[in-house]
Design a protein around this ligand. Structure first.
Ligand SMILES: Cc1cc2nc3c(=O)[nH]c(=O)nc-3n(C[C@H](O)[C@H](O)[C@H](O)COP(=O)(O)O)c2cc1C
Length: 421
């Protein structure tokens, strides 16, 4: 029997996940379009036996104000499926997961791209399904603006069903697909044999009620943001509880919240490292990032040392807006304090400490039934991924919480997921 061990993703993000990473002396500004940078990161993660590397995406700028956008850690970057195709031939075991939107693609093209990635990587591909919540991105795909939250999810449900049907092929061996639905019409099957994993791994990020429901229906892995143990546990129990309605077992889904570590041999060194990064955040950049998570454009009008104003319901990222508001109330934070807090990890769980402290915390969430693993979000690259791999992974291995070597070749095998029939 395979040991009960946590899963780890290495979430790659240009210069680093901390918004000021690009200003860190060890980061380099054009990392987002440097293939050698990504090869180095993928190899480090593979040597540390991570389950997968994970790439985000948005087909457009993350911030409308160019002056602010140019002062963030992720202002330029590759289209990620292309990037992963290049990394597939530079690695041999690690899973390759890319984000792609159901709002700005068509299912046939996307199913084909991920099935191809699965073939050319020997069974290591995964698709992170997102519905896209940004007005800036919407403006690159016609003049209609961001579609309402409920419409995006309705399209996503049909999109996921068509992609899955294309990946699985027709059980009777017939050549057609013959889908004629509300948003999509697809006549033919893919001109590809069944892919090495049976189907690429389906990841999903989106945590509202409809988002969780779609995940329960379709996802193999869920990427989520949770700050406290209680939040993570509530999400975990809720999502696992939804699976039975779709004839699925709790273990059919791996829930992997993000964690942004700042780690050093001693606690004071780790704190110093973290403060050094925090000092690099310009206030207007921090406030702009917070505004985008709250889906409002005029947060800068409010006094920066005052509380968060009352906000209208969002058509954007509902789950992240709720998380920001909850945190502001829980800790009674001003706009400046919230902005600085979110600039460090975009709402994900941030940990500052020694390898043993970090392993204790990860173990507590894993053993406490709040996570099946973690998507690790290093503050700056390559430094913080190197440090995590060198200091935290061995500590987890020593405790029997993480693999010492790959047992299989495919991403499904690493994650302990069933092969779809
Ligand atoms: C943890 C997490 C990561 C996400 N990553 C991306 C991403 O890389 N690109 C993107 O366009 N949207 C991303 N999203 C946005 C979601 O796909 C979705 O559009 C948004 O969260 C609104 O849905 P929700 O209210 O169900 O969360 C992410 C959402 C979450 C919760």
């Amino acid at each position: 029997m395979t040991a009960h061990q946590m899963k780890l993703g290495a979430f790659l993000w240009a210069t680093g996940h901390h918004i000021a990473a690009w200003r860190h002396p060890q980061a380099h500004v054009t990392a987002g379009v440097d293939i050698d940078h990504y090869i180095q990161l993928a190899r480090t993660a593979e040597a540390a036996k991570f389950d997968m590397i994970f790439c985000e995406d948005a087909a457009g700028a993350r911030e409308a104000n160019v002056n602010i956008a140019s002062q963030t850690s992720r202002s330029i970057g590759f289209e990620p499926i292309s990037l992963l195709a290049a990394l597939a031939v530079q690695t041999s075991h690690i899973g390759l997961v890319s984000t792609a939107s159901t709002s700005y693609n068509e299912p046939y093209g996307l199913a084909r791209a991920f099935a191809s990635l699965d073939h050319l990587s020997g069974g290591r591909a995964g698709w992170n399904l997102v519905t896209s919540a940004s007005h800036i991105e919407a403006a690159n795909f016609g003049a209609t603006g961001l579609r309402p939250h409920a419409d995006r999810y309705e399209r996503a449900r049909e999109f996921a069903a068509v992609v899955t049907a294309l990946w699985h092929g027709k059980p009777d061996g017939a050549s057609g697909l013959g889908h004629d639905g509300r948003s999509f019409s697809v006549r033919d099957a893919l001109e590809l044999p069944r892919s090495p994993q049976g189907a690429p791994v389906m990841v999903q990020a989106g945590a509202s009620d409809v988002g969780r429901d779609l995940a329960a229906r379709t996802a193999d892995v869920v990427f989520t943001a949770a700050q406290t143990f209680e939040e993570a546990k509530a999400f975990y129990d809720d999502l696992k509880g939804r699976l039975a309605a779709y004839g699925r077992e709790p273990d059919d889904i791996k829930i992997m919240p993000g964690v942004a570590p700042v780690v050093a041999e001693t606690e004071s060194e780790a704190r110093e490292k973290y403060e050094e990064l925090q000092e690099l955040i310009p206030d207007d950049v921090g406030v702009a990032l917070l505004s985008s998570y709250l889906s409002i454009s005029d947060l800068w009008r409010y006094p920066i040392d005052g509380p968060l104003p009352e906000l209208p319901a969002s058509e954007g990222m509902q789950s992240r807006q709720a998380l920001v508001i909850e945190q502001s109330r829980r800790d009674n934070l001003s706009i400046r304090q919230l902005a600085r807090h979110f600039a460090g990890a975009r709402g994900h769980w941030r940990m500052v400490g020694t390898p043993a402290q970090m392993a204790d915390e990860l173990e507590a969430r894993f053993e406490g039934g709040a996570a099946d693993g973690f998507n690790v979000m290093p503050s700056y690259f390559p430094g913080e991924l190197d440090t995590f791999a060198a200091l935290v992974v061995p500590e987890l291995q020593r405790r029997g919480l993480f693999r010492k070597d790959y047992e299989g070749r495919t991403l499904r095998e690493h994650l302990g997921l069933k092969r779809p029939v």
